[in-house]
Design a protein around this ligand. Structure first.
Ligand SMILES: CC(C)(COP(=O)(O)OP(=O)(O)OC[C@H]1O[C@@H](n2cnc3c(N)ncnc32)[C@H](O)[C@@H]1OP(=O)(O)O)[C@@H](O)C(=O)NCCC(=O)NCCS
Length: 264
């Protein structure tokens, strides 16, 4: 595994300077203290992904030709860094994580035991970027820009309420598919969308603090990069170990939600 976080640290206090928010509000509602934003002089999604991938390749000792899964995101440039955008822009951040996967002959006892993926498009517009759109006569107009259609729109309350339910459902689904129970999970790494969501899910499932890993406090929500980055950090900190049963679970726009059980 390998991950890359841009050098530029953006604290809640930095956000206080550009929008009507506070360190206390952000910490209480999301658990985030700081996050990383890309440096336009240095970082692109592709080269952030490449940096994470090179670390993973170096650790695994395998050749670039053999497999690679990468999540890399620059969200910060899509955020509206002012009062109007504050409920969205305090959450999202940039980063990249990469994993090497390979086949195993011992698939009953090792590797990805199962994956479970769902979507419900009825909620597509609760968390989305509306513009530009290829199905319109004009892809991008001044009105779309002024009307913030080019920015991420998020109905935070609706996302929160669905996330706490779907996380639990999809984790139970994974356990049942493998005749396992909650106590069998050595580590749950949930998507880092909001610490309060993860803490609520942890409590509902009856998991101990040692069974759940969060890093949103210093990474923010890096969307598709969040689980690979968290897996890397959990490994580096000794929280994820060989032979552990790892559960990863995510909820996001679409709405989409998913889980996987991995014998590490
Ligand atoms: C976004 C989120 C933190 C907002 O928290 P919330 O408790 O639902 O807050 P609300 O949206 O109800 O807003 C409460 C108040 O805080 C204000 N507020 C919103 N953003 C603010 C900010 N950054 N700083 C200060 N105040 C803010 C609102 O304007 C509102 O004020 P009002 O009571 O005067 O109307 C929360 O809904 C959330 O995290 N949802 C899930 C989002 C998520 O997981 N997204 C990613 C999925 S991949």
């Amino acid at each position: 595994m390998g991950h890359y976080l841009p050098d530029r640290v953006v604290t809640n206090f930095d956000l206080e300077k550009v929008m009507d928010t506070s360190d206390q509000w952000i910490k209480e509602r999301t658990g985030i203290s700081e996050r990383r934003f890309f440096d336009p002089e240095k970082d692109t999604v592709a080269n952030m992904a490449a940096r994470a991938s090179n670390l993973a390749l170096k650790q695994s000792g395998i050749d670039i030709k053999d497999i690679l899964v990468v999540g890399a995101e620059i969200q910060s440039s899509a955020l509206e860094m002012n009062d109007r955008g504050r409920s969205v822009s305090v959450i999202f951040a940039d980063g990249a994580g990469a994993l090497i996967l390979q086949a195993t002959d011992d698939s009953d006892n090792q590797g990805i035991l199962s994956t479970h993926l769902h979507a419900d498009g009825r909620f597509a517009e609760e968390l989305y970027v509306r513009d530009p759109g290829s199905s319109r006569k004009e892809r991008l107009t001044k009105e779309m820009i002024d009307d913030v259609g080019i920015r991420a729109h998020m109905n935070g309350n609706v996302v929160f309420k669905h996330a706490v339910v779907k996380f639990q459902e999809v984790i139970h689904e994974a356990l049942e598919a493998n005749q396992l129970k909650i106590d069998d999970i050595d580590l749950l790494i949930p998507h880092q969308a909001n610490l309060r969501i993860n803490q609520f899910v942890q409590k509902q499932l009856g998991l101990g603090d040692d069974q759940v890993f969060n890093n949103i406090m210093h990474c923010g929500n890096t969307t598709a990069a969040s689980i690979p980055i968290a897996m890397c950090e959990a490994w580096d900190e000794g929280r994820l170990k060989p032979d552990d049963l790892l559960c990863i679970a995510a909820f996001g726009s679409g709405f989409t939600w998913a889980s996987a059980l991995i014998k590490f």
